[in-house]
Write a protein that binds this ligand. Sequence first.
Ligand code: 5AD
Ligand code: SF4
Length: 473
Amino acid sequence: MIELNKLIINNPAEQNLNFNKPSNDKKVYIETYGCQMNFSDTEIVLSVLSQFGYNETSEINDSDVILVNTCAIRDNAEQRVYKRLDDLKKFKKTNPNLIIGILGCMAERLRSDLLEKRKMVDLIVGPDEYRKVPHLIESAMESGEKGIAVKLSKVETYDDIVPVRKEGISAWLTIIRGCDKFCTFCVVPFTRGRERSRNFKNIVDEAKMLRDSGVRDITLLGQNVNSYDYENTDFPDLLKMVAKAVPDVRIRYSTSHPYDCDTKLLETMAEYDNICNYLHLPVQSGSDRILKLMNRLYSVEHYMKVMQKAKDLMPGIGLSTDIISCFPSETEEEHKMTVDLIKQVRYDGAYTFIYSPRENTKAYRMPDRLSDEVKKERMDELIYVQREISSEIHRALIGKEMEVLIESVSKKSDEQFMGRTDCNKSVILPKEVTFVNENGELIKKHECKIGDKVKVKIVKANSATLFSEHILN
Ligand code: 5AD
Ligand code: SF4
């Protein structure tokens, strides 16, 4: 069991609160679906719960409360959650006192369905009402009352809450919540509400606290980080502040919008060594007509200029994107324009999605007439073209020396580590530093550890990963 009471609290007012914390032997199991923002929100929920003495458990069978933090971005994400809720029924049968709660983006849209039709759910809490989770659990436990808290807020940023983070050298740091862009396909403005930026002072303090606790890699998070605006401090200003405050920590961010990804931002990235040379810039489509229908606010020409500027300022920069295939009315020719754009940019990687109609969005009312067969063909082509490019880029790195920050033990072998380069390439590397002496013998020097930055020579590559056999320093 993970003791949540051990969270670090840097706010004296909270420390007093912590001092009077009620004791509680209840255990919470929490499962998270969807984007990094959801994982970051789970850390906030755990922090709120810890104030009421709840402990997290990784054993579902051992839990008094099961919470599912949900994602509504595409239909298949929702279907996964529905399926999971059906699976969870069995736990309620064996433990009738078990409390099951739904958190996050599916909350508002599905509240009637989940509470009324599927009696098993005890509470439903949207992304702006996480402070209420402990009270709603209590009411459900004491009186069986079903709790709903799904209002969206114009001000809630959870600025005073220090998230409970799992051990490791990487951390997310939320800087802005919500989105005002209203892309016509996207449900986020409806599920997460209006944009609100956190105070930059608290963001910088949190970054320093993370560094002091051993974190070496921070990702600044928001649905659209470029919209960050707090007392006339914009995103490039904030990025600079964080980079200066923790010069020994790698800084990344996600996600950026091409409309307001400007030269000031790219120059800031280029200026600071510890801001990673990596840009994830979702293009969504290579057709101006489709971009307009999507309300993306930029043209292909503008996007290509931003990409070129990024390449000029940061040679070797890692580039990735999101693409929606088969948006309503997309023609074969428009699909080919997206294929061409991929070939022109030569991304290191791309996340490709088939358009999924979402209720409430403008695109929901646009006729979606493509057959499943065409959708599959177009999607397969995008994936194939991108995979070929990723493989080519990676193969060209064989024989090159690269600096890698070791992040974790490799999922495939206890004998190896996984690390990332500054431009976000995953590298599998051995645990020991070795070198060849003058007799050609391999000498083991010392074992590396997670958090070390090491130099490696790439010896093998596929479309997703680089491999190295020797650490060079
Ligand atoms: N259908 C398919 N993909 C979507 N995305 C967002 N909404 C939809 C949708 N309705 C994709 C976009 C976005 C990423 C996070 O998810 O590409 O950038
Ligand atoms: Fe959705 Fe567009 Fe906002 Fe991204 S910028 S969260 S795609 S509405």
